[in-house]
Design a protein around this ligand. Structure first.
Ligand code: ADP
Ligand code: ASP
Ligand code: MG
Length: 467
């Protein structure tokens, strides 16, 4: 049994979905469970609909809604030949549209978009794409059944970043999904979304469909978790900014976790957690080049000699510094700061402590007035926004003499605002001005990967095949 997760760019239009059908067909012997994200940009469009409604911009909300649905109707008309199936899907879409219109009215009247309502809105993206993929499989003669995540993905009530209740989820997967696979049916379900015990839709954080796939894979002890996307695997840098990024053939769970945590968007960082627990390999494959061998992320992997494997980056970061108002013990200052971070659910990306102060990095979008107000009570607060972080990762890189020198040589034209180094043996994180990040990634990439040729760690990609 395997899980195959297809991201938004793999389901963006009718030809892309026809391609997904072909890929699934070629894996039928491995008994796939298919997990899909919303079609490309659908989640952003649903968010726009919610926000415009909250701002009472009804016209904009309706315009985006019309665009979103016309993309779905076009897909159905181009893809689903069978008249009854086509008609049934249209009526599912019509109903969804009416439901969204009712939600829009509610948001407009209340003048407010709560995380709970936003999750309900978001859920339509994955529900519709999975409905379409399931019918497309049927239309091509593959036995398939649509499974609503409400039958198994039970989460807590933390809307916007819900956590699954793993034991319940596993039990429900065995009750609702496993029997289908055993009958030779391909279940098609949604990534990203879950449901509370009281029946409210939740989401597990943006881009978390990869995580959903891993939860399902671990829950059913599959042989392989496959993430099908629009690039050849995990590369030495984001191909959107580095033209000659190479493919990394194999990584450890730890390396993949750190890379995704520090911005390699191709995998959601949580994806590795269920996989590590059950030692299930993760493959990243390109749905546009289905025969390319992809990247393998695995536990049973002999770490290569120390080598820099990839460079990740994050933008829109703030650095926050706190100094005590009066002389207090360092441990008391720490305790107070950590209490505030916990209270507001803040994830820090880097932190450094000096004898007299504390600085940490977080995503700007996490900052709220209430968070700043609480921090202000702890000490003297200063914040530096419009920062970015570049992370250089690999196996045991910090033990290799010269690695750090090479990194700083490549960054010599930029001003460095903060460094975190030593917490993990395999990475170094450096905060720079946001405007310098793209060029900094390119410089460090040139330093480490310009002379890399295909070997047992890296593969040089044929440019004509790239995104
Ligand atoms: P999906 O819709 O399939 O989930 P995503 O957009 O979430 O796809 O992830 C794929 C994208 O991740 C790629 O198009 C690429 O621009 C970006 N990316 C960032 N860093 C890396 C990296 N190190 N390797 C590969 N892709 C990366
Ligand atoms: N569709 C969701 C998002 O855009 C989940 C995902 O793509 O993984 O965030
Ligand atoms: Mg993704």
């Amino acid at each position: 049994m395997i899980v195959m997760k297809f991201g938004g760019t793999s389901t963006q239009d009718a030809p892309a979905i026809a391609n997904v059908v072909e890929i699934v067909k070629n894996h039928l012997h491995q008994k796939p469970i298919v997990v899909v994200s919303a079609i490309a940009q659908a989640t952003n469009m649903l968010e726009k609909i919610g926000k415009s409604s909250a701002e009472k911009n009804d016209r904009e909300a309706r315009e985006v809604l019309t665009q979103l649905f016309s993309r779905h109707y076009t897909i159905i008309d181009q893809l689903i030949r069978h008249i009854t199936r086509n008609r049934n899907l249209r009526s599912i879409l019509d109903t969804a549209r009416e439901e969204i219109e009712t939600i829009i009215k509610g948001i407009t009247i209340l003048h407010e978009l709560t995380p709970r309502t936003l999750d309900t809105l978001y859920s339509y993206g994955e529900i519709l794409s999975s409905r379409i993929v399931s019918v497309a499989l049927l239309d091509h003669g593959i036995q398939s059944e649509w499974v609503d995540t409400k039958d198994f993905m039970i989460t807590d009530e933390n809307f916007g970043r819900a956590m699954p209740m793993i034991e319940v989820v596993e039990e429900k997967l065995r009750a609702h999904v496993l029997p289908l696979v055993e009958k030779g049916v391909v279940p098609v379900t949604q990534g990203f979304i879950g449901i509370t015990n009281s029946g409210r839709r939740t989401t597990m954080g943006r881009e978390s469909s990869d995580y959903s796939a891993a939860i399902i894979g671990a829950g059913l002890d599959v042989d392989d978790i496959q993430i099908w996307t629009d690039v050849d695997g995990l590369l030495t840098a984001d191909p959107a900014i580095v033209d000659d990024a190479k493919k990394v053939k194999m990584l450890s769970f730890q390396e993949a976790y750190e890379l995704s945590y520090f911005g390699a968007k191709v995998l959601h960082p949580n994806t590795m957690l269920p996989a590590i627990e059950k030692s299930i390999p993760i493959h990243i494959f390109n749905s546009r080049r289905p025969h390319s061998p992809g990247t393998l992320v695995t536990a049973s992997f002999e770490s290569h000699a120390a080598v820099v494997k990839s460079i990740a980056y994050k933008r829109n970061i703030a650095l926050i510094n706190i100094l005590p108002r009066r002389r207090v013990g360092q441990y008391i200052l720490w305790e107070h700061i950590h209490n505030v971070l916990t209270k507001h659910g803040i994830i820090t990306l880097m932190s450094v402590t000096a004898e007299y102060g504390f600085t940490f990095a977080l995503e700007e979008k996490q900052i709220t007035p209430a968070f700043f107000q609480d921090l202000n009570e702890v000490g003297i607060l200063s914040s530096n926004e419009k920062m970015g972080i570049i992370s250089i990762l690999g196996s045991n890189i910090l033990q290799t003499p010269g690695t750090i020198d090479r990194i700083f040589k490549a960054l010599s034209d930029f001003s460095i605002n903060m460094i975190s180094f030593g917490a993990s043996r395999s990475s170094i994180n450096i905060a720079l001005d946001d405007g310098d990040i793209v060029e900094a990634v390119r410089q460090v990439h040139t330093e480490f990967f310009d002379s890399v040729f295909t070997d047992d760690v890296f593969e040089v990609l044929d440019k004509s095949n790239k995104k």
